[in-house]
Write a protein that binds this ligand. Structure first.
Ligand code: IMP
Length: 340
């Protein structure tokens, strides 16, 4: 049995750096030959994370947002089109792999002008994914970017790439609101998944999805081989997420954040719930997502500088890892706070 590691288990070794300012670090990444992002950040297709406002803000920051799929088909296509109204070039929209997924894909591409379709299912290494990816590739060729997932193994990654995926969401069970590993006993530690998928010889891009708690985790994911990260909780609670700010009697402000397979989300979109694999909660209200993204990008660039890397390719090739103990993990966080 293989021992697996995740973000908290390791640190990157600081290395000689010639970078004098964070402005010298370039985070530009190609999603495919037609789509270039200025920052390697994608917002999750979740109903408490990405609708129009988040997609617009993500586009403005140089990343991309993926509209969630739990809306009536034409409504999702309309939301995608609105994004265009507001000057967004790259529009991502999620679809399923059964039922009306082909009609939805056509509506999103033809009416919504989406150029990224995200085949969004919990267990992507699956015959239904195979059929859907092959049909969508047949239909759209290389005119639409196909993002697919999620997978947790190199075999899964390679299969989805062979079936037509241009980018693949990697990680099963690591999301902050996820209970998949508890409910089903399945999954692989987040960083281990990236290290394994990075061994692939396929061209599909690696998206480290879920379980990223801070910019340090993002730097580790990118150093381990991810081309992009997908974020839910780090973007949650911001103005641009769907839903109202809830003000509590003590004056504190919060917003809802929930797993798409949580009981609450299932009931809201399907009218019933079975075998939930996520939880619903509220998080502190955080204001504008632009400030959050700015801090994350600053942290990623500083991380590159600590590795002496001017871009993400250099970060990946130069990365040297150390394993940290439990005591080191405690030392790694601000540790005066609990001391009284
Ligand atoms: P976070 O950034 O750690 O909050 O994780 C967000 C990711 O969790 C999403 O991009 C999905 O891959 C995943 N996810 C979303 N909803 C659920 C759920 O209900 N159960 C399991 N995973 C989920």
């Amino acid at each position: 049995m293989r021992e697996t590691i995740t973000y908290g288990d390791v640190l990157l070794l600081p290395q000689y750096s010639t970078i004098e300012s964070r402005t010298e670090v370039d985070l530009t990444q190609n999603l495919d030959k037609n789509i270039t992002l200025e920052i390697p950040i994608i917002s999750s297709p979740m109903d408490t994370i990405t609708e129009t406002r988040m997609a617009v803000a993500m586009g403005a920051a140089g990343g991309v947002g993926i509209l969630h799929r739990y809306k009536e088909m034409m409504k999702e296509a309309e939301l995608a089109f609105h994004c265009h109204d507001q000057g967004v070039t790259n529009i991502g929209a999620a679809i399923g792999v059964t039922g009306d997924y082909m009609f939805r894909a056509e509506a999103l591409v033809n009416i919504g002008k989406a150029n990224i379709l995200c085949l969004d299912v919990a267990h992507g290494h699956h015959i239904l994914m195979e059929r859907a990816l092959k049909s969508l590739k047949d239909k759209f060729g290389d005119t639409v970017h196909l993002m697919a997932g999620n997978v947790a193994t190199l075999e899964g990654f390679n299969d989805l790439a062979d079936w037509g995926a241009d980018s693949i969401r990697c990680n099963i069970g690591g999301g902050s609101i996820c209970t998949t590993r508890i409910q089903t006993g399945h999954g692989v530690s987040g960083l281990e998944t990236i290290l394994q998928c990075a061994k692939s010889d396929r061209d599909a891009k690696i998206i480290a999805d879920g379980g990223l708690k801070n910019s340090g985790d993002i730097v580790k994911a990118l150093a381990a081989g991810a081309d992009f990260v997908m974020l839910g909780s780090l973007l949650s609670g911001t103005d641009e997420t769907p839903g109202e700010v809830i003000t509590f009697t003590d004056g504190s402000k919060r917003k809802a954040y929930r797993g798409m397979a949580s009981r609450k989300a299932q009931e809201a979109w399907r009218g019933k719930s079975s075998a939930p694999e996520g939880v619903a909660t509220t998080v502190h209200y955080k204001g504008s997502v632009a400030n959050i993204l700015n801090d994350l990008v600053g942290g990623i660039k500083s991380g590159c500088s600590y590795s002496g890397a001017r871009n993400l390719f250099e970060l990946r090739t130069k990365a040297q890892w150390t394993r940290q103990s439990g005591a080191s993990m405690t030392e790694s966080a601000a540790h005066i706070l609990g001391r009284g």
